[in-house]
Ligand binder design. Structure first.
Ligand code: GUN
Ligand code: FE
Length: 429
């Protein structure tokens, strides 16, 4: 049966974005997948595909899968709690105590099962994930994510200062040795889960730690994820810890952990200076914009329009538990919302993001971190969502584009994820 070879046709009302700001809509069209790879969207099915099995989703919407470029799996148990603090206090009061619990593998198993189950049922098809400093718990998480069918990068966290002793992994040398062993154990082990080097953020890492991680990056060629310029107190701390650095990002650059040969994603970039944005752009670093987290932790509003105007690669992240929800739909509408506040309150030169633009960021924008991902163009890995919006009440006749917009805002009012495909393979919902 061809289905097992991930070759099939989906019929439905198809929406995707090839270029930022422009939504391609094809009603009652054919989305063709061969061996997990998209062959394109066709209003009339070309005869060369006629032998493939077809699934007719009738009036349902069919859109690309969503990419969560920044999410902390171990913080899932306290999502929606403790939103009354700013970053540095929040880390001490809520985050570090929770993450300490993952030394206990039984606790980790329970917590990660819940996280993975909910992520599997969500609109997310790919994610870049933080674990904790604990290697066994991180490997457990990687195995679970691999089994659930999503494509993920997962990081064992590194930190050796400005955090509790219990999260310091036995000192720099021990932590680096463990990280090397973890890379050796996990590289090539899974079908769709990959390790990513994860210095938590500059304030929690000594120069020695960052230097060691930079060496590991060169040796193993793995990508990097961290946080950057999220909060004003955090940035002040970086300035005092690394006085030689020309900007926060320069700390990572100095140690070979900021793009170039090292594919890198940095969460937040709320307060990146011109110099920092220049380094981000020149080094091809991805920005993971996390609007709900930036609101909850009173961090500020990232000037995403400025980054897009300068050609910076941007995707979206939920940043659980800074963000309360795993929903990338909510992440899209929050990105639109905060961009309007930025335009109204901060800089009238920076036009708000449109729905189509934020949809692009959640699909093709973040998807680029994974390769040809996030679109239904020919040659893209076929990640797709099938959405049923019949229970979201309406007294109007809506166009397909309007139905998509409403689904982004109102999914929780009766929207249903009918099916989800990752690289042409159906995910159990
Ligand atoms: N900076 C360092 N650690 C964290 C974290 O866990 N969440 C967020 N939002 N920012 C961080
Ligand atoms: Fe984060």
């Amino acid at each position: 049966m061809k289905m097992e070879q991930r070759s099939f046709i989906i019929k439905g009302n198809i929406c995707y974005t090839k270029t930022m700001g422009c939504l391609d809509v094809a009603d009652q069209a054919y989305l063709v997948c061969e061996a997990g790879v998209c062959q394109g969207v066709f209003p009339v099915l070309p005869s060369r595909f006629k032998g493939l099995p077809m699934i007719d989703y009738k009036e349902d919407l069919v859109i690309p899968g969503m990419v969560d470029l920044h999410v902390h799996a171990p913080q899932y148990p306290f999502r929606g709690l403790g939103m009354d603090l700013e970053l540095m206090e929040w880390l001490q009061a809520h985050t570090f105590p929770e993450e300490s619990r993952y030394a206990d593998l039984a606790y980790a198993k329970d917590a990660y099962e819940t996280f993975v189950r909910d992520l599997q049922k969500s609109v997310t098809t790919r994610a870049v994930v933080f674990g904790t400093v604990h290697t066994p718990a991180t490997e457990l998480l990687m195995g679970m994510l691999d089994a659930c069918g999503l494509v993920t990068y997962v990081g064992k966290v590194n930190m050796d200062q400005n955090c509790p002793d219990s999260l310091q992994d036995g000192g720099v040398q021990e932590a680096l040795a463990q990280t090397a062993a973890w890379l050796q154990a996990t590289l090539g082990k899974y079908r769709h889960t990959y390790p990513v080097l994860t210095p938590r953020f500059a304030p929690a890492c000594s120069g020695q730690m960052l230097e060691g991680l930079g060496k590991l990056q060169k040796e193993y060629g793995v990508p990097v994820q961290s946080h950057l310029s999220e909060n004003l107190s955090e940035i002040a701390l970086v300035t005092s810890l690394f006085p030689w650095a020309s900007c926060y990002g320069d700390v990572y650059t100095h140690y070979g952990l900021f793009g170039g040969a090292a594919k890198t994603v940095m969460a937040h970039c709320v307060y990146s200076s011109d110099r920092e944005v220049k380094q981000i752009k020149e080094n091809g670093v991805y920005v993971a914009h996390c609007p709900q987290s930036n609101t909850n932790l009173s961090s500020g509003i990232a000037p995403i329009r400025k980054y897009l105007d300068r050609g910076v690669a941007v995707g979206l992240g939920t940043d659980i538990a800074g963000g309360a929800t795993l929903s990338m739909l909510r992440c899209i509408t929050d990105a639109v919302g905060v961009s309007k506040l930025y335009w109204r309150l901060v800089d009238q030169q920076d036009k708000p993001l449109s729905m189509e633009e934020a949809f692009y960021l959640a699909t093709k924008g973040g998807g680029a971190f994974f390769g040809n991902v996030g679109s239904f163009e020919e040659g893209y890995e076929l990640d797709a969502l099938v959405l049923d919006d019949r229970e979201i009440s309406s007294t109007r006749q809506l166009s397909t584009k309007e139905r998509l917009e409403r689904y982004l805002y109102l999914a929780q009012e009766g929207g249903r994820l009918v099916a989800k495909y990752v690289a042409g393979a159906p995910v159990l919902l």
